[in-house]
Structures are given as C-alpha cells and as structure tokens.
Design a protein around this ligand. Structure first.
Ligand code: ATP
Length: 372
C-alpha cells in the first residue's frame, strides 16, 4: 500500500454559486492526512458540491484546494491524486469483478495486474468472488468492488458520496464498519458525504456539520454530541430538550439561572452564550441524561442536581428504554429516555414527577436562535 499519504486536504475560501444562488458559502476547512472525515448535513446543504470541488468535478467560484503542498484547484479530476466512490456503484456490468477492479491499472498500461487486484479483492474480502459478474453480487458486495476499484489507483484521498445510500439498514451498518476497517488498513484520507448522523458518528474521526452552505460546527463525534454549539447541531445529532432561562448570577464556576419559577445551575464552562446577568440562555439537555422520580419520592433525589417538576403525558416502552413525554411549565414537552432503571408502574400518564440531572450534562446556548 502507498506510504505517501499526500498531506492534509486544505480548502481556503472555497465557494460555489449557481447564478444568484450560493450553494457553498466561502469555506475554510482542513481535513487532516489519514483521517476519516465526514461532511454531514441535510439534503441541499452543499456537502456534495464541496466534495465535487475537491474531486475537480465542480469548479469553485472562489478559493483554493490544496492537497498537501500541491495546489490542485486548476487541475482536472484525472490529474488529481483523488478517487471518488458514488452511491450508484457504476460498475461495468459486462466485466467480472476481477476486471472491474483491474480496469484502472489496464488503462494505465500496467501489464501484470494479478497480484495487485488479488490484494485489493482480499482487502475488501471479495477474493472468492473474482469471477462473478456485478449482478451476481449483493449491494454491499458491489459497493466494496467500487471501493476496491477506486483504491487500486493508490489515490491519496478517497471521496465517498453517500456510498451506502442504496443499502438497507442492516447492510449499511455492516458496511460502515467495513469501510472504517478498510480506511484504517490503507491509512489514506477518506472524505465521506452523508445525511445520516449515525453513519457519520460511527465512522468518522472528525465530522463537519453543514447547514445552508456553511460548516455549522466541526469536531469529533462525541464532542459534537456533548457540546453542540447551536440548536441546529444539537437537533441534527440526536434529540435535545431546551429550556429558556435567564442568567441570575454566578457562584464560583457555576451560573445560576432563573427558569419559570425555579432555579437551574449551569457550569460556566458548559455555556457558549453570554453569561452576563440578565442575558437569556437556552439550556439544552439530552433525554437520556435525565432521571425521572415519582413526586412522592422527591426526597430521595441527591443534592446538587437540577430539578424541575412535571407530569407524565405519555410513555412508550421501546425495548432498551422507556420513552416518556413530560409536560412541564418550562418546556412544551420534555422527552426523557429512562434506561436501565426498574420500570416504576406509578410513572403512568398523569403521574406527578420530578425530572433531575447532573448540571454538568447540560449545555447553554445563545437564546437568539430557533429551537426547532
Ligand atoms: P443531497 O444530499 O441532496 O445531494 P447536498 O447537501 O449534497 O444534498 P448539493 O448537491 O451540494 O447538496 O447542492 C447544494 C445546493 O446547490 C442545492 O440547493 C442544489 O439544488 C444546488 N445545486 C447543486 N448543483 C446545482 C447546479 N448544477 N445548478 C444549480 N443549483 C445546483
């Protein structure tokens, strides 16, 4: 396998406009060499356009694309050390798997292809299928052939445009792990476009969450989940409850917030909004971080936890957890996923409850944004 992995991919001021419509706003982004990087966002946010500008399939309206020390902005796709795998596998139906993978080598006039193709088929675990035609393989196997066919050219960067989009859920999950394994083995940079947050979180070292042509936030999956910088990111990566609160003061490392008639605590370090007294803050809390206690047992809740009262509006058993919807004056409908607790038969619709959580599991956001 190649040892020169080409350096970082660096986009500087890269943008794309179509007439008066801006698909990608001027964007600066560095993809570290050897990383598995995901561009994540809803349909139309500009992720495919960004990928295509790296591939050379789309000409940027402004900015530069660097691969290591090389400025490739003006290079046509075939001169870039980059290969793309598309959702439609685009295999040659009349060629067998071996010849599909060998295609790039043969086109470059390489005479002896057997060893390289064999290694590549082993890498994607299709050594046994070499003489089959694409239509004799499953969707996941065909996608692996497409990956092998791209990797045999020893690209420095592999671009993947929704490569698992056509697969059913179970196969998608298998292929996510498979692609991660392949990337670890070959060690080159993978840039993966997806609208599926779970997919991005499973595979990528770093995720760029895109929204309306901009990168909204960039980070490691767990960091984005635990420290979303906006309601958009909080909602795109999972579910969050939000409480509108106001900064009442500060005590040591904690902010004291007024919310409804009650009081909440938020560590200063968990607040990305202005923490000045009187400022409005949106307090975010993930459903699985909240515990639920029947109001009769409120005395058993340890000190130091944020707590609010509410009433069970709905509950549904979903296997690993029970999902509750709680009505509270502070939040239209709190979602709580109670896991690993003995199910309390008293927590039926109508029950008075106390919701409580560790303040460190809360995040505070600028209130001047939509909650939805
Ligand atoms: P999807 O997941 O649906 O592919 P995406 O996030 O990858 O979405 P892009 O394909 O990058 O989005 O498109 C971004 C925006 O640019 C969309 O609103 C799209 O309609 C628009 N767009 C893309 N290509 C063109 C084009 N050739 N001419 C005009 N508008 C375009």
């Amino acid at each position: 396998m190649t040892t020169d992995h080409g350096g970082d991919v660096r986009l500087t001021g890269i943008s794309k406009t179509y007439g008066s419509f801006t698909a990608v706003q001027p964007l600066d982004l560095t993809v570290p060499e050897g990383s598995f990087f995901a561009l994540l966002g809803a349909s139309g946010c500009g992720k495919t356009t960004t990928l295509r500008m790296i591939a050379g399939l789309e000409e940027p309206s402004s900015g530069t694309v660097m691969l290591g020390d090389q400025d490739v902005t003006a290079l046509p796709p075939y001169k870039r050390p980059v290969n793309t795998v598309f959702q439609s596998y685009a295999l040659f139906p009349h060629l067998d798997i071996f010849e599909n993978v060998a295609f790039g080598l043969r086109r470059r006039g390489v005479k002896s292809v057997k060893k390289q193709v064999g290694e590549m088929l082993d890498l994607v675990q299709l050594g046994e299928q070499a003489r089959k035609k694409p239509h004799q393989l499953s969707g996941g196997q065909q996608q692996r052939v497409a990956v092998a066919r791209a990797l045999i050219n020893h690209p420095k960067v592999l671009l993947l445009d929704e490569p698992l989009g056509a697969l059913d859920l179970k196969l998608r999950r298998q292929m996510q792990l498979e692609l991660k394994r392949i990337q670890t083995e070959v060690g080159i940079t993978f840039i993966h476009v997806t609208h599926d947050q779970e997919e991005a979180m499973t595979m990528a070292d770093t995720v760029a969450v895109m929204n309306a042509g901009r990168v909204e936030q960039l980070g490691a999956p767990a960091d984005l989940y635990e420290n979303p910088a906006s309601t958009f990111v909080a909602n795109f990566l999972g579910t969050s409850n939000f409480i509108e609160a106001e900064v009442a003061g500060r005590s040591g490392d904690d902010l004291t917030l007024k919310a409804g008639g009650g009081k909440l605590v938020l560590p200063v370090s968990r607040c990305t909004a202005s923490a000045a007294t009187g400022e409005k803050v949106l307090v975010g809390i993930r459903p699985e971080k909240i515990s639920l206690t029947h109001a009769d047992d409120a005395g058993t809740i340890p000190d130091g936890r944020n707590r609010i009262t509410g009433r069970v509006a709905d509950s549904s058993f979903i296997g690993v957890s029970t999902q509750y919807v709680i009505e509270s004056p502070l939040c239209d409908a709190f979602e709580v996923y109670a896991q690993n607790i003995e199910r309390d038969s008293r927590l039926a619709p109508g029950a008075e409850v106390v919701l409580h959580w560790n303040p460190a599991h809360t995040f505070g956001l600028d209130a001047a944004q939509d909650i939805e």
